[in-house]
Structure formats: C-alpha cells, structure tokens
Design a protein around this ligand. Sequence first.
Ligand code: PEP
Length: 250
Amino acid sequence: MRRRIIAGNWKMHNNLSESQNLVTKLVNELNNQNINREVIICPPFTSLTEVSNLLDGTKIELGAQNMHFEDKGAFTGEISADMLKSVGCKYVILGHSERRTIFGESDEIINKKIKQALNAGLIPIFCMGETLEQREDGITNDVINNQVSEGIKELSEEDVNKIIIAYEPIWAIGTGKTATPEQAQEVHKFIRSLLRENFSENTSQNIPILYGGSVKPNNAEDILAKEDIDGALVGGACLDTDSFVSIIKA
Ligand code: PEP
C-alpha cells in the first residue's frame, strides 16, 4: 500500500515566535490521535532549527521549501542540502510553481536540485503543474510529461522510488480555485502512466502523488478519496491549525 501524506508548505509566513506557536498547537492537536497519514511541515529556513526541536519525539516530520544544487560555495543567500539535513530536515520541496515562475527556475535547475537532494539523503517533494492557459489549450499532459521527464532525467529507478510527487495546477494555487477531484485524478493517473512507461509498474504504483492547489477542509475529503491521489500539499490552509488538522483527518 502506498504512503498517505499530508504536507504543509508555510511559504514566507511566520517569524520565529509565530512558528513556535503554530507548531506547538499542531503537536498538541495531533498528540495521542490515531492518524493514519504521514504529516510533514515545511517552515521557512529561519524557523527550521526551532521547529525541529519542537517536533522531536513527535511523528510530524520536517521539510524545507527550497535548496541550492551545489554542495557549498559562493552562492550568497542560498542554502545547501547539507545545511538542511544538519537542522533535521528529511524532505525538501523542489520545483514549486512559485520558484519556477517568480524565481525563474528551469526544469534543468530543478533536475540538478533533485539529484543533489537525493545524493545528500533528502527526499524531494517534486512539484509540477500547468498554467490555466496551458489547460485551456489542451496541453496539460504535454506540460506534465515534459516536467516529469526533465525533472527526473538521468535518475536511477532506485532514486526515483525515493521521491514524492506533487501535482499542483498553477491556476489552483492560492486562488481558491481547486481542480475537481476528477480533474486531479486524471492527471495523477497520467503521471502514474508516465512512471510505468519510463520505469515499471512497481515504480508507478509505489510513488506517492500528492495534490496541491487550494486544498481546504471542505474539499479535502473528495480529493483524497480518489484512487491515485495519495495525499495533499497544502499552502494557505496549513497556516491555521484547525484547518490543517481537519485536512489531515479527512
Ligand atoms: C502550495 O503552495 O503548494 C499550495 C498548494 O498552496 P495553496 O494550498 O494555498 O493553494
């Protein structure tokens, strides 16, 4: 059975004390509850150490929102995989549409980052998704095909099996518009078919594929019920503990 995962992307929200409050509330809420999903939170860099300490002894795991593809060096303002590991990160979000569109990250850069994360022992949460224009032009599958093949280019099947994929249609991120469960399922199924073609049936059945894009307590259950949707990458709604917990329990 595939892993079921709910991941929260805090984006550029929460200073240190706000992070402490949010994570403390979350830990208290989930404490002693029988949750059958893995929970990952991805705070900003400045809160990682403190959040890592607060998560110690809990089942909630820690991820970062980005990293550089080099080991170290003259890259002012960047963070390395080793630095993330040293503060307790197990996961790193890579290829998020905000990194692609606002910061100009290409498929080539994302591929380098995925390789570097895997080499360092971090698990990439590899994001992909189409714009509204691409969907309306009927080229969603072409876009996804390209993002998948470029993102995992030259990776061994063993390494591919370590990653988590997140399908996040750009038009649904932070907009309040969600893909219908059927639209999301269709793309998830397509991603699985690409993994089957490029690797094997086992690999296509093994890799968790999360949906992201305005997942909220009122739509999570229908989305998560779909066969090929193994969890959610949650932005806005993970900043409110009640909403995030209700998605985790959906
Ligand atoms: C995201 O940033 O990954 C995301 C899905 O955001 P939101 O839930 O706010 O759409």
